[in-house]
Design a protein around this ligand. Structure first.
Ligand SMILES: [Zn+2]
Length: 317
């Protein structure tokens, strides 16, 4: 039976429902948990997070993919309790947001070691939690080009994806030629890879979204809601209309079957204040209404938020 790993165990794909494919329960730089200014009690974190997940569930959200990965605040015991409390399926990631957020222990590791570690987190579980990873996170370090460590992580991710059947999700889709060369050399079909953040305000112009789709990759417009219209927009914000038009143009080019959309929001950010007024529920409160107003029909909306993520997340064997 087609299935997906969630933190509470594998579930049949048909139970995923509407998926937010790139989100964060709480993302922070390694070490932020040691900072006294930003440190939060477990109670504060629950208090900030539970209402957002409950609302997500009430709106009809089924599954929340936490794209946080190792070293950036991932906490699977906590995710398991959030999932049990709110009824939202939570999919956790193995892998790293980028080479530049991998702690030294992992930064020095070989491809074989990294691949073995990812496979263990997908098949045996993450630490002693019993929760298994359902996706592999990789990414491009700051600077716009893949570093040697980024490349080792991508190669290890490709091997772990082939061994286990779970997909790969990227932070940034810049320098995609190098990424695709690695996936092709390893023999990973590109429809097992979601190239994320093609819509972000810093990199959209440099990201070859159409080319990636033509090579067979999946394409993530997954920073929806980081808008210049916000009260205190982050540096990667973009005008709302411009992002929406970019998304609709891409779909209009015949790539509906390749797109995924998400908000990349933090329920309770770690070590930084987060972006005020932006939550995963942007998907329901703003994005889906905008898509309807732009003339997208319900079948297309279903493809973007249900069909495509189900195909992407289902473990291949
Ligand atoms: Zn993210």
């Amino acid at each position: 039976m087609p299935r997906v790993n969630t933190v509470l165990g594998p579930i049949p794909t048909e139970e995923l429902g509407l998926v937010a494919v790139h989100e964060h329960i709480g993302y922070g730089m390694p070490g932020s948990e040691l900072d006294t200014k930003w440190w939060k009690t477990p109670e504060q974190r629950y208090e900030e997070t539970v209402p957002k997940l409950r609302r997500f569930h009430e709106y009809g959200g089924g599954t929340f993919v936490d794209a946080t990965g190792i070293c950036n605040g991932r906490d699977v015991d906590y995710y398991r309790s959030l999932s049990a409390k709110t009824g939202v399926h939570i999919v956790a990631s193995t892998g790293f947001v980028g080479g530049d957020t991998a702690l030294p222990f992992f930064a020095r590791a070989s491809v074989d070691y990294l691949a073995g570690h990812f496979v263990h987190e997908i098949t045996a579980g993450i630490g002693g939690t019993g929760g298994r990873a359902g996706v592999i996170k990789v990414g491009v370090s700051r600077g716009g080009r893949m570093t040697d460590l980024d490349k080792r992580i991508y190669r290890a991710a490709a091997r772990a994806a082939l061994t286990t059947g779970v997909p790969v999700l990227t932070h940034l889709a810049i320098d995609a030629e190098n990424a695709i060369a690695i996936f092709e050399a390893e023999g990973l079909p590109l429809d097992r890879v979601l190239f994320g953040h093609v819509d972000d305000g810093v990199n959209a112009d440099k990201t070859r979204d159409t080319w990636i789709a033509e090579q067979g990759g999946r394409v993530g417009f997954d920073t929806f809601g980081y808008e210049t219209e916000l009260e205190d927009p982050p540096f990667w914000a973009r005008p709302r209309k411009e992002r929406l038009e970019h998304f609709l143009r891409f779909i209009g080019q015949g790539h509906l079957g390749k797109v995924l959309a998400s908000a990349d929001a933090n329920c309770s950010p770690l070590g930084w204040p987060g972006v005020k007024g932006h939550t995963v529920n942007y998907i329901f409160e703003d994005l889906i209404p905008d898509l309807r107003a732009a003339g997208l029909d319900e079948a297309a909306i279903h493809t973007i938020f249900v069909g495509n993520p189900a195909d992407f997340l289902t473990i291949q064997n």
